[in-house]
Design a protein around this ligand. Structure first.
Ligand code: PMP
Ligand code: GLU
Length: 402
């Protein structure tokens, strides 16, 4: 056994809590149990037909070889064109790196900028993989807690106060997973000013940029001027907006020297992202955009339904939450149910036990807020059909009612 001793870094690495929760729900389903599964944040829609056809055409055309490690020129060009079309922003192909999903893009950024002893500022609640990927490099996550009252947005003062001489990066996620928070433009700009003032690079994860509700707006972090863009690495991709999670295409846009460094890293680690997926992503970005809006509308209906059902829970059960302006998650605090009798004779004292008991009792699968640096909270992904949502909410309600 000793020959197979694992490295200390990998030994301390936890599996992704979202993927683990989804696997647990799947396992129960395979045993014949009807699980109401709200674990995974991925669109339930199939990838649009024009994109699927582009993949078939790419295969038929023989695009089945290695590509340049950082992606095909057509896709880099399509990314630049999309930012011009959607936000009026000018980027060159040399500023773009295509990777195997946005998660890989995030890893590339952290691995290229951070090392042992560095500090990375992360507002909480944060997406599960942020802290894990920072720790993988030996850097230290510096968690800045935000509150429901502030709409789960970090203020410029909080950012400034967290900066030390060891700060190497700040990681922002707008719109946010798990909270659905969307930053007001002035607050975003204030963060950008602090980044410039203290010369701190910012990883701006904008993967949910197209999924906005109830009038919420979106501003690309790099859009606040050349001084901000010089310190910003945008992360995004096709996974959420085009229902392409399985294709594994994400990108980073940033200063050329960082993009080059990440390309080197990628060329050693993974070579290129899947050639066929890259051609599909070109069609996603260049082709008709109606399906993006159609899916957004469907998510908005579900979001409105979920919020309509949950609002009375405030008074009824003491559940609290901030309404999501983007992404597809409801994130709510179930603290008030701790230590009280819940359905089936369950009593729980934290969010992780709440999720376990809910799954056992009501066959409803949520993800614990503990995984997102938010004790007391649970996350419900409403990227699933309305029948499951309706029945699942009925069951959560009955569980809370005791
Ligand atoms: N960032 C956030 C905030 C996410 O929720 C996710 C997960 N979908 C990702 C990045 C990774 O996306 P991808 O599936 O493209 O790797
Ligand atoms: N980002 C999605 C989620 O939070 C997918 C799971 C993952 O990549 O960890 O559920």
């Amino acid at each position: 056994m000793s020959a197979l001793r694992l490295s200390p870094v990998v030994q301390s690495l936890k599996p992704s809590a979202t993927l683990a929760a989804a696997a647990k729900a799947k396992d129960l389903k395979s045993k014949g149990i009807n699980v109401y599964d709200f674990t995974l944040g991925e669109p339930d829609f199939i990838t649009p037909a024009n994109v699927r056809q582009a993949a078939v055409a790419a295969m038929e055309a023989g695009h089945t070889h290695y590509t340049p490690s950082g992606g095909i020129p057509e896709l880099k060009k399509a990314v630049c064109a999309a930012y011009k079309r959607d936000y009026g922003l000018d980027f060159t192909a040399a500023q773009v790196l295509i990777s195997n999903g946005a998660k890989h893009s995030i890893h590339n950024v952290i691995a290229s900028l951070c090392g042992p002893g560095d500090e990375v500022i992360i507002p909480a609640p944060y997406w599960v993989s942020y802290s894990a990927l920072v720790e993988l490099t030996g850097a230290l996550p510096v968690i800045v807690d935000t509150s429901e009252a502030s709409g789960f947005c970090m203020s410029a003062d909080q950012f400034r106060n967290a900066i030390t001489p060891r700060t190497r990066l700040m990681m922002l996620n707008n719109p946010s997973n798990p909270t659905g928070a969307t930053y007001p433009v002035d607050q975003l700009e204030a963060l950008a000013r602090v980044a410039v003032e203290h010369d701190i690079p910012v990883l701006s994860d904008e993967i949910y940029e197209k999924l906005l509700y109830a009038g919420a707006g979106f501003r690309c972090f790099a859009s606040f001027g050349a001084d901000v863009a010089a310190r910003t690495i945008i992360v995004s991709g096709v996974s959420k907006a085009y229902a392409m999670t399985g294709w594994r295409i994400g990108w980073t846009i940033g200063p050329v020297e960082v993009i080059k460094a990440m390309d080197n890293l990628q060329s050693q680690e993974t070579s290129n992202p899947c050639s066929i997926s890259q051609y599909a992503a070109v069609e996603a970005l260049n082709g008709p955009q109606e399906s993006v809006e159609a899916m957004r509308c469907e998510f908005e209906k579900r979001r409105d339904y979920v919020m309509g059902r949950m609002r009375p829970w405030r008074e009824k059960f003491g559940v609290t939450f901030a309404e999501p302006g983007g992404a597809f998650y409801a994130f709510f605090n179930v603290n008030s149910s701790f230590g009280k009798p819940l359905a089936g004779g369950h009593t729980v004292y934290n969010a992780t036990d709440f999720c376990t008991a809910l799954l056992e009792q009501a066959h409803v699968a949520l993800v614990t807020g503990d995984a997102f640096g938010a004790p007391g909270y649970v996350r419900l992904s409403f990227a699933t059909n309305i029948e499951t949502i309706t029945a699942g909410l009925d069951r959560i309600e009955a569980f809370l009612a005791g």
